[in-house]
Design a binder for this molecule. Structure first.
Ligand code: AMP
Ligand code: MG
Length: 304
């Protein structure tokens, strides 16, 4: 999944638990990677506009969820953004931004409503050229699976971090919650503007800094707006979402960063989502996050 995974598992047999979780992540990556030609996601792209594919239950489940999240976020989150992501990735390799024509063609293929779930585990992409990208939800889904796996093996205290997707089981063995720091965008890794205490939940951050597409001096975020086809500006924004489900926290964090900060704040408030919105030094907390967040600085502007 293009990231490092850290696990802290406490209990008998913790080492074999970690190994089993690692195997589970590898299994999901083999189903969903856009870089592996034999993944189900690659096969669905090859068959787009023609035949359906019988998929693993996890693939059907994540696609069902992704379709609902697309509707709920009014298109800010869209796993059919594959053609756009591919276009911008290829353009960045050449160092030349895509033409309006190419952008328009890729954008026309983006619509999560075209994911047909024919039977519970049979999927087809309606139109030729369509392709999925689960980069904004797959790590969260995998974190949920790992937490389930720990629980099924009798573990009561565990922490897993898949590159910014943190999920925890219980609290720490000493009875205190797991404390997750929130990286200050644009600052040295490890410098945090605040933290959130987490028990039996997941905290996921999406940021517009760090990863992205570069064209000489121009830089864009790796997250794009599926409604316009363009990547977001490379600015100092981040969104962190706390949720019982890591898959949902992951998808909502991406969706909220696609929205502007005001719309994201309203969305999080309306849906009772616990979110921290960091925008160029200003921190905004949704009402559900207000009692979970601790600021690292007494000077930080926190608007609730
Ligand atoms: P995340 O780091 O969870 O915000 O996910 C970002 C990744 O998801 C990108 O690297 C793309 O692979 C993919 N992606 C980018 N923009 C979107 C979007 N608006 N909706 C869904 N997936 C996206
Ligand atoms: Mg995400």
């Amino acid at each position: 999944m293009g990231t490092q995974v850290h696990q802290h598992v406490h209990g008998l047999d913790a080492a074999s638990c970690c190994a089993a979780a690692r195997d589970e992540i590898v299994r999901l990556e083999q189903l969903w990677s856009v870089f592996l030609p034999n993944s189900e996601i690659s096969e669905l792209a090859r068959r787009a506009g023609s035949t359906a594919l019988s998929v693993a239950s996890d693939t059907a489940a994540i696609l069902r969820l992704a379709r609902e999240l697309h509707d709920l976020t009014r298109g800010a989150f869209d796993v059919t953004a594959g053609p756009l992501i591919e276009l911008w990735r290829a353009a960045a390799r050449r160092g030349i931004e895509p033409t309006e024509k190419a952008l328009g063609e890729a954008l026309a293929l983006v619509n999560a409503g075209d994911i047909e779930l024919i039977e519970p585990q049979t999927v087809r992409l309606r139109r030729h050229g369509q392709r999925l990208d689960l980069g904004a939800i797959g790590k969260g889904y995998a974190a949920d699976r790992c937490i389930e796996l720990y629980r099924a093996r009798g573990i009561r205290h565990a922490f897993i971090d898949l590159g910014g997707n943190v999920a925890v089981l219980g609290g720490k063995p000493d009875g205190t919650p797991w404390r997750v720091g929130l990286q200050t965008p644009g600052r040295e890794r490890g410098e945090c503007f605040g933290w959130v205490d987490v028990c039996d939940a997941s905290l996921v951050t999406s940021g517009n800094y760090e990863r992205g597409y570069e064209f000489g001096a121009r830089r864009y975020s790796h997250i794009l707006d599926p409604r316009t086809g363009s990547p977001l500006p490379d600015d100092l924004r981040s969104v962190s979402v706390l949720h019982a489900s890591s898959a949902l926290a992951d998808a909502f964090a991406t969706a909220l960063i696609v929205m502007d900060t005001q719309s994201a704040f309203e969305f999080a408030s309306d849906f009772g989502l616990a979110a921290v919105l960091f925008d160029a030094g200003t921190i905004r907390l949704s009402p559900a996050m207000a009692h979970c967040f601790r600021s690292a600085s007494s000077r930080a502007a926190v608007v609730e």
